[in-house]
Ligand binder design. Sequence first.
Ligand SMILES: *Cc1c(COP(=O)(O)O)cnc(C)c1O
Length: 382
Amino acid sequence: MQHDDTLSPATLAAQGLGTIPMPHRDIVPPIHMATTFERAEDGSLPGGRIYARDASPAYDPAEALLCRLEGGAAAALFASGMAAASAVLLALKPGARVVAPHDMYWSLRNWMIGFAANWQITLDFYADAEELAALLQRPADLVWAETPANPTWEILDIARAAELAHAAGARLVVDSTVPTPVFTRPLALGADVVMHSATKYLNGHSDVIAGVLVTRAEDDLWARIKTARAAGGAVLGPFEAWLLNRGLRTLFPRVRTAAASALCIAQHFEHHPALLAVRYPGLPSHPGHDIACRQMDGGFGAMLSMRVKGGEAAARRVAGAVRIFRRATSLGSVESLIEHRGPIEGPGTRCPLDLLRLSVGIEDTADLIADLEQALQKANER
Ligand SMILES: *Cc1c(COP(=O)(O)O)cnc(C)c1O
């Protein structure tokens, strides 16, 4: 029997909704490897499935849990966050108009620009809610949002964006990879679809590439998204789905620990003499702090950025001097990561070249602070 709705999301996640599979009453779900499913003598499908590219039982536990955590009507796993995001764009019709943020996950923004140009899709970019409102004076089909947004953790008011999008005839899709359902539930704030790179916090262990979409309603857009998944074939393998499901069991303690640590680190370094600025939505100095307080529940996430005095070279030296933070791209893992972000994004980046992006993991906070202190000091000694 599954747990009921009255339990807290943390409890539902820890026990995978409380689902106990028969006949062995496994505490964790088995790995479903089957790619195809038997028809009955009359040709019907008693198991309810035809072929694993359309819908694999391997996806059920993670899809059911994520659907519940986001408060949606349905969820779909994908082979990566990019596959999930691109399925939304592929579900649009030629001539559609998309409005997207300047500051968002860089690879997705770059792909969107090329895709829009090739597929007769109009793509306009906004910097903040005011620009979004101005762009939505004209009808649109899709509004893309990311909050807190890479790499300065800009905050967008989701409820306001949803109102503006709906008034313009558009659906609002929110990339909620960074806050996770632990801190933000975009569907409850009016968004139509939530997207995650499940590679990040949802799995949390740097060992699975995966993505997910959760929809508020099983409508025409969702039907086209499901077709894009089945026909595009960007589906997750059963073992990856199982690993994701395992990672989800510890989602709440991992994310809460990392976010509490990130807040301490942000506060500790905010006025550090070697830094120009610390960008973290949990600091009152962050321009989106008030909205973040309203729309994020229980924490501000575990991503922050630091702008180092002395420009690009100084930032490179600091990244080169850390010992506990790992120098690597990506985010949302149990191990803390540091990235000198601007050079990674390359030509056309809006990311300041003195910016270091930190993904705080679950190591001891004092160790992480000491590591950054020694790296800043070492970088300044030269
Ligand atoms: C990583 C990431 C993506 C892309 O996800 P992949 O799983 O790497 O394909 C999209 N959005 C955000 C915010 C991300 O951090």
